[in-house]
Design a binder for this molecule. Structure first.
Ligand code: ADP
Ligand code: MG
Length: 612
């Protein structure tokens, strides 16, 4: 519990005791008024102050304003105890929502801490992987494709494209070469770069990104901004109605002023929209917080709302439906030995973070002398191009071989084939195989059970291995041999009839597709920083079955939001009618208002409960 929260509890306790004392003493006249004003100010001075400042800023009509008017009015009509009670209950509700918000905020922040950023720093000619806050200003760091630039710096060698969308909002990648600045938090998309740091980690832009995600609640869902707009129009209307209620019967029909004034005040208290203003954002917060405890990071309430409406799910294959842990099955050299072929492939792949690269480096197992390797370029959806010992090699799929002009041929074995050529001389291929993730098929069938109408798998891999995976997991449609740009085109083609399309991916080249879909979902731990940056939702533990879970959480949250809106408006409506007819009193109004708020908050907290 924070200091202000503790303070308000003391203030409420004090006000309750003082009020009880005042009631017992049975004082009268001015003494009685003053003795009630003391606990009233004790518990409510900040509410009154906020109401005053909002009037000064010419933006009255918030719930604090309503509360102030209603309680001051209660003093005017002589209902001193009620005036203090309304203030106390209002503060109880505020404290309650404060605690609830704090709880969900902490669980989101905790999740972000799981992803440590590290930096590869060059010291005495050695590459050391250290925590970024250990890197000093002016040191040299190396950033490979797919990695996040850990500290702000200036490029001293290499050229690449950087994705800076997290920092500038600009979605187009920018070219960067020697002499250019690289901002921490931007993602290195294509080449390996070396840079000299220009600021410490604490001052670097990357720290701000974490803040950005922590403030997920700022991205308002449509339902949420509707409530805010609603309150802005609704509150002045309520105040106007209350004024009319206090004035018309006495003026037009000669009725008793004090009766209608207190009815108008009751009306004000009941119609206070705090239950909605507090509980709707809290439900979203709860949904986001609850999801984060299941390893699902949702970057904003708007994405939660969008996810609940998804009817089409498009998957990437490698690393999403399959483990992305390829194992080398066979080496078929041509003109060179098996060992030579593997050695070339491993050297070319040594800077790549693609799952294919990792499998080849693992199979090679030995030391790779980086001094032999010159410029390397990652060709998204095809493979890599690398200069080794001064000669140009191509390592990748058939398309890359066509690009190199090599005379290549398919392998008779099933799996993903990695072809190798020196310029246009075909040197042979390595066959690797991936495994389907254990729960991929279950995830797809659960999606169908949730009413997802269409599931699609997109891949840059060849048709044979695509079909093997797609049929095993049970997707409705398979599209293979796609370049990253083809994946964007496929998603764009599906979008108009999709009724809400979610794309689930992992790799570097998925970032544009993630951004294009209605909801972009990235597999976290295995996936690259670039994909996580572009995604709206991150499945931290890479398990495909977390997607149906995320959809269930989002739908449950939306259900709770709707329940709260309907319940609050219904109860308030009934009490409003009763109070206009004079059938209620201030106590019912106070309990009605705070009671509805507490029930709505408790209902919202259900959204936070960890889903199984
Ligand atoms: P997916 O769509 O299955 O996620 P990608 O688009 O990442 O696959 O890659 C498509 C194909 O390009 C891979 O199946 C592989 O044949 C080839 N490829 C991509 N990157 C590399 C690499 N670093 N080394 C070798 N081949 C690669
Ligand atoms: Mg991929």
């Amino acid at each position: 519990m924070t200091k202000p929260q503790k303070l308000i509890i003391w203030r409420m306790g004090g006000a309750v005791l003082l009020t009880a004392g005042c009631c017992l003493l049975k004082t009268t006249g001015w003494v009685r008024l003053v003795s009630f004003i003391i606990p009233y100010l004790l518990v409510g001075y900040d509410v009154l102050w906020d109401a005053v400042t909002s009037i000064v800023r010419l933006q009255p009509f918030d719930e604090k304003f309503l509360m102030s008017i209603a309680t001051i009015g209660a003093f005017v009509t002589g209902d001193y105890t009620e005036a203090v009670a309304v203030m106390i209950f209002y503060q109880v509700g505020e404290l309650f929502s404060d605690l609830a918000v704090g709880k969900s905020r902490r669980s989101i922040a905790k999740l972000m801490d799981i992803r440590p950023d590290c930096a590869v720093v060059l010291r005495d000619g050695q590459q050391l992987t250290v925590s970024p806050d250990e890197v000093r200003v002016g040191e040299t760091i190396v950033v490979r494709p797919g990695e996040r630039v850990p500290l702000d710096g200036r490029i001293i060698s290499g050229e690449t494209t950087l994705n800076t969308s997290a920092l500038t909002g600009e979605s187009l990648p920018v070219e960067a070469r020697e002499g250019d600045a690289a901002i921490s938090g931007s993602i290195n998309l294509s080449g390996t770069i070396t840079l000299v740091t220009t600021s410490s980690f604490a001052e670097s832009t990357v720290s701000k990104i974490l803040e950005l995600v922590e403030n997920a609640s700022d991205k308002k869902a449509r339902a949420e901004s509707f409530i805010t707009r609603f309150a802005r129009i609704y509150t002045p209307c309520v105040v106007a109605a209350a004024v009319l209620l206090a004035l018309i019967p006495p003026l037009a029909f000669g009725q008793d002023y004090s009766v209608w004034l207190s009815r108008a005040l009751i009306f004000l208290v009941v119609s206070c929209p705090c239950a909605l203003v507090v509980s709707v954002p809290l439900s979203f917060f709860g949904g986001i917080g609850g999801a984060s405890r299941s390893g699902i990071l949702i970057k904003g309430a708007n994405y939660l709302e969008a996810l609940s409406k998804v009817r089409t799910v498009v998957f990437d294959k490698t690393g999403t439906l399959t483990k992305g842990n390829f194992v080398v099955d066979a080496i078929h050299p041509h003109l060179v030995t098996e060992a030579q072929l593997l050695d070339i492939a491993a050297a070319a792949e040594s800077y790549s973070v693609h799952p294919v690269a990792e499998s080849i480096i693992t199979a090679h197992g030995g030391h790779i002398d980086r001094a032999r390797i010159g410029a390397t370029t990652e060709r998204a959806g095809m493979g890599v191009e690398a200069v080794i010992d001064g000669e140009r090699y191509f390592v990748g799929n058939g398309k890359l071989m066509d690009l190199a002009g090599a005379d290549w041929h398919e392998c008779h074995l099933s799996g993903t084939t990695v072809h190798i050529s020196r310029d246009d001389n075909y040197l042979g291929h390595i066959v690797i195989n991936d495994q389907i993730k254990p729960n991929a098929a279950r995830a797809v069938s659960e999606l169908h059970e949730l009413g997802i109408r269409h599931t699609v798998m997109l891949t840059g891999d060849n048709e044979r291995s695509a079909r093997a995976v797609g049929e095993a997991v049970g997707v409705d449609e398979i599209r293979s041999g796609l370049y990253p740009a083809d994946k964007v085109a496929a998603v764009e083609e599906l979008l108009p009839t999709a009724n809400g399309l979610a794309f689930v991916g992992d790799g570097i080249n998925d970032a544009p597709v993630l951004a294009r879909a209605d909801v972009g979902v990235a597999m976290g731990a295995l996936g690259s920083d670039a994909a996580i940056e572009a995604a709206d939702i991150v499945l931290m533990d890479d398990k495909p079955e977390k997607l149906p879970l995320a959809i269930s959480i989002s739908r449950k949250t939306m259900r709770i939001v709707k329940q709260n809106i309907v319940f609050t408006l219904a109860v308030k409506g009934v009490i409003l009618v009763l109070s206009a007819m004079g059938l209620t009193n201030m106590w019912i109004a106070v309990f009605g208002d705070v009671g509805v708020m507490v029930i709505a908050i408790l209902n919202s907290m259900r959204a936070m409960r960890k889903a199984e």
